[in-house]
Design a protein. Structure first.
Length: 74
């Protein structure tokens, strides 16, 4: 087998593997978001501080007080 074709085959496999990993990460985040929403519905919409912190970490949002500029817009 030609070394060039082996290299191309390995590169293709690497791309597919990276795509699969990215797909799993995205679907896992979606599943976690769905679970959080289901818990909120079961609890009747009450806010759980620890759970809210976990959700904001997953989504990458901040939990601190809004900036003065954000308060001006309200």
């Amino acid at each position: 087998m030609n070394p060039v074709s082996i290299h191309q085959a390995l590169a293709s496999l690497r791309i597919l593997y990276d795509f699969e990993r990215a797909f799993r990460i995205v679907t896992r985040q979606g599943a976690q978001r769905d679970q959080i929403e289901a818990v909120k519905r079961v609890k009747g919409g009450e806010n759980d501080e620890a759970h809210t912190g976990q959700q904001s970490e997953i989504e990458g949002t901040e939990t601190g007080p809004p900036s003065p500029h954000a308060q001006d817009r309200q």
